[in-house]
Design a protein around this ligand. Structure first.
Ligand SMILES: Nc1ncnc2c1ncn2[C@@H]1O[C@H](COP(=O)(O)OP(=O)(O)OP(=O)(O)O)[C@@H](O)[C@H]1O
Ligand SMILES: [Mg+2]
Length: 397
């Protein structure tokens, strides 16, 4: 049976590890054989759960296992061929060996390799639920959009490349004085491409795999989460919940009262920006969230007494879909609560402000749409369809 897989992501320090750990405990308590994996190269899952964890799954308590993937090990396993080759190329160009080693690993790559471990967990018959504590949002999820590119390389370039290289190698050495990549390099790249394609299949299986965005009620944190949300939708990964952590409770006292008011406004922004994805929230507790007792307290408020099942797919449709072609683009937005009515559209930079029936919603568009202007909109079946044209063709606003 395909395990239920939940990835928690969000900006640094918002509470991803705490929320992932508490979800895993709640899943295990509900009877699921659960594995919680940290793919953040800076692990803190052991500390959060109060258990020693290693690079392979270790038992924590009944039905609960934890794992902290060793990024260095994964890198050596997947990337050493490329690393050795690139390092030689850099060294030959006069870069010292230590810097050359550093340069062979593109940013975000270590986390990407850690995330690939999800595949082996996914293939194992041992788990009903897999909870992933990801590194802070950055390039990783974007790197996962590579599969389409990877597929192209595998089909079009690899078969040719090897033959050309075999013929060109002696020539390159004597004429150009460069080291051409060896078969090991191609083997690495090909394996990575195949892995990415397989990962993509796991992540796009929207019946079993979803992403949950963790944030705090701070403007910048919410802004980043909105951008991530757009990317996730774009790549067809389903976000089934948004979790706002560390909300000041009503009895914070005078000193924080102003903060609380601002947070309330920000919570409104979260609701409108991510609707109809459910928004769960947890208060700023009077102590750190460490160890079983505090984690269970966090799960208790997040999923609510008798409320959401932590392992359920809490929302089952993509909220935005984007198609981009040579001269136009279409954005489909689910607005299930709107009725056919007045639609207003405004694009400022990469922000699209959509008004339907007096409700406003801000969507952060991907950079691919920078040169486009909205050219029309229709509302049908609970979805708003916005069309874009390249700016030079668009009517003046
Ligand atoms: N609701 C809460 N109330 C009080 N403290 C919290 C709450 N949630 C998390 N914390 C504390 O905030 C700190 C950061 O949380 P956590 O490690 O879960 O965040 P993170 O997003 O995983 O961080 P990083 O990006 O560094 O991995 C921890 O000390 C944790 O105990
Ligand atoms: Mg963390």
């Amino acid at each position: 049976m395909t395990p239920r897989t939940i990835l928690y992501t969000g900006k640094g320090g918002v509470g991803k590890t705490s929320v992932a750990a508490c979800t895993a405990r709640a899943c295990a308590a509900s009877g699921l054989r659960t594995l919680v994996i940290s793919t953040d190269p800076a692990h803190s899952l052991s500390e959060s759960l109060g258990a020693e964890l290693g690079p392979e799954p270790s038992a924590i308590e009944d039905r609960l296992w934890g794992q902290e993937v060793n990024a260095q090990e994964e890198m050596e396993r997947h990337w050493s061929g490329v690393q050795d080759w690139l390092a030689e190329v850099f060294v030959e160009r006069g870069i010292d060996r230590i810097s050359a080693q550093e340069l062979t690993v593109p940013p975000g790559m270590d986390e990407l390799f850690s995330l690939l471990r999800l595949q082996s967990a996914h293939q194992s018959p041992d788990w009903d639920a897999i909870i992933v504590d990801c590194a802070p949002t950055g390039e990783t999820l974007r790197l996962l959009s590579f599969p389409d590119v990877a597929r192209w390389w595998i089909e079009k370039v690899f078969p040719l490349e090897r033959q050309i290289l075999a013929a060109a190698r002696p020539l390159a050495r004597s004429l150009l004085d460069i080291q051409l990549p060896s078969q090991a390099v191609f083997a690495d790249i090909q394996r990575l491409s195949t892995n990415l394609i397989a990962m993509n299949e796991i992540l796009r299986d929207r019946k079993h795999c979803t992403v949950r965005l963790v944030m705090n009620p701070d403007k910048m944190v919410i802004g980043e989460a909105m951008r991530t949300f757009t990317y996730l939708n774009l790549y067809g990964y389903l976000t089934d919940a948004v979790l706002v952590n560390r909300v000041f409770p009503s009895d914070v006292g005078d000193y924080f009262a102003g903060w609380r008011r601002v947070q309330e406004e920000h919570l409104e922004l979260v609701r409108s920006a991510f609707a109809p994805v459910p928004v769960l929230w947890a208060p700023y507790f009077d102590q750190e969230v460490l160890g079983a007792e505090m984690l269970d307290r966090l799960a208790g408020v997040l999923f609510g007494p008798g409320g959401h099942d932590p392992a359920a797919v809490l929302h089952d449709r993509l909220t935005q879909e984007l198609r981009v072609s040579e001269d136009g683009a279409g954005l489909r937005l689910m607005l299930p609560f709107a009725h056919k009515g007045d639609i207003s559209l405004k694009k400022i930079g990469l922000e699209l402000i959509v008004g339907v029936d007096g409700q406003r919603r801000t969507i952060i568009l991907p950079p691919a749409l920078a040169a486009f202007q909205p050219s029309g909109a229709t509302f049908e079946d609970g979805a708003l369809e916005v069309t874009f044209r390249r700016a030079r063709d668009a009517e003046p606003a």
